[in-house]
Design a protein around this ligand. Structure first.
Ligand SMILES: *Cc1c(COP(=O)(O)O)cnc(C)c1O
Length: 363
């Protein structure tokens, strides 16, 4: 039997997620395994989200397709119209909807790299050409991105803060770039980690939208709200673009559980605050401890940290696994790995494992 797929699929790499805890336990026969590989919230889900789901029993009914209530709440929160918002099965699905709706063969999509690995395969799937622009000093180089603009450029991804480096680009840099990109190029501001940012120079994407810029802002409930497993995120853009995205949206793309949980999590200020504080404390601890070990890292505005282990990242990744600590390698640098900032206990376990791994190699 011949499987006859579209030729575009040949260029599409399968996403490799962070290794699941159970798999590592099973394969390596380890008792205690922690996962600091996918930037999930180490405090668990928002308690308000959990409470909102309790006792509900209408799971036999299809969900409200457009996430009406959640869009109303988000619109109030963000100061936009509900028609400026589309909700997806994770913000990843909004990336997919954008690709389906906008991209065709011949289009160019500018992607600063290394970055979130979902932009490029979806561009390729549509037959569009990804144009990679290397980061500079671990930051998106807006001047280089502007130089890559051509009459064929359809979309530009700016992941801010950028995954896996944790760096931001400033309001000034984004505005400078949007000026050059003009009205015909859609700039995707992926703000999956915006709630963690402390740098006052961080731009407000919604503000840019209000000022008529051709942008779409992507946000998610998977990170600070702790709902990665429920799959829910959203995009904010001009109503004309949102209307087009609804044409490619699956009718029931977001489960009712996800909608209910997200709506409750949105009001869980206490949890968001606590998550931020935990992250700040963990960040400072990791900075200090890595410095004491003479290991370089990239100062982060997100809930993960990119550090230089000083040796082949694949080897370090495997040895960390054997210590029961799953982190993320293969992020685009030969000796760097990305670790999610965890609870105090998790951060300590990470450091202990790292010590064993690096000392073991030094012998
Ligand atoms: C985690 C993440 C997302 C969000 O993914 P979901 O599909 O909402 O779970 C989007 N962009 C970046 C850069 C991320 O790291």
């Amino acid at each position: 039997m011949a499987v006859r797929v579209r030729p575009e699929l040949e260029g599409v790499e399968i996403y490799r997620p962070g290794k699941p805890i159970e798999e590592v336990r099973r394969e390596l026969g380890l008792e205690e395994v922690i996962k600091l590989a996918s930037n999930e919230n180490p405090l668990g889900p928002s308690p308000r989200a959990l409470a909102a789901l309790e006792g509900l029993d209408h799971w036999h009914l299809y969900p409200e397709g457009s996430s009406y209530e959640l869009r109303q709440a988000l619109a109030r929160r963000l100061g936009v119209d509900p028609d400026n918002i589309i909700v997806g099965c994770g913000s990843s699905e909004v990336i997919q909807m954008l690709s389906l709706a906008l991209l065709a063969p011949g289009d160019e999509v500018i992607i600063p790299v290394p970055t979130f690995p979902r932009y490029e395969p979806l561009a390729r799937l549509m037959g569009a050409s990804p144009v990679r622009v290397p980061l500079r000093d671990y930051r998106i180089d807006v001047e280089a991105v502007a130089r890559a603009l051509t009459p064929r450029t359809k979309m530009v991804y700016l992941c801010n803060p950028n995954n896996p480096t944790g760096t931001i680009i400033t309001r000034e840099e984004v505005e400078w770039f949007l000026e050059r990109a003009g009205d015909d190029v859609l700039t995707v501001l992926d703000e999956a980690y915006c709630e963690y940012v402390t740098d006052p120079r961080y731009p407000n994407g919604i503000d840019l939208l209000h000022r008529g810029r051709n942008v779409v802002i992507l946000r998610t409930f998977a990170k600070i709200y702790g709902l990665a497993g429920l799959r829910i995120g959203y995009g904010v853009a001009d109503t004309a673009l949102i209307a087009e995205l609804h044409r490619v949206r699956e009718p029931f793309n977001v489960s009712s559980a996800a909608q209910i949980a997200a709506l409750a999590a949105l009001d869980d200020e206490e949890f968001v605050q606590r998550s931020r504080q935990t992250n700040e404390a963990g960040k400072l601890l990791l900075y200090r401890e890595l410095e004491q070990r003479g290991l370089a890292y990239v100062p982060t505005e997100a809930n993960f940290l990119l550090f230089d282990a000083g040796r082949d990242e694949r080897e370090v990744f495997q040895q960390m696994l054997r210590q029961g600590v799953i982190i993320r390698g293969g992020v685009g640098y030969p000796t760097h790995l990305r670790v999610t900032i965890g609870t105090q206990e998790q951060n300590q376990r990470f450091l202990e494992a790292l010590d064993k791994v690096l000392e073991f190699r030094r012998v």
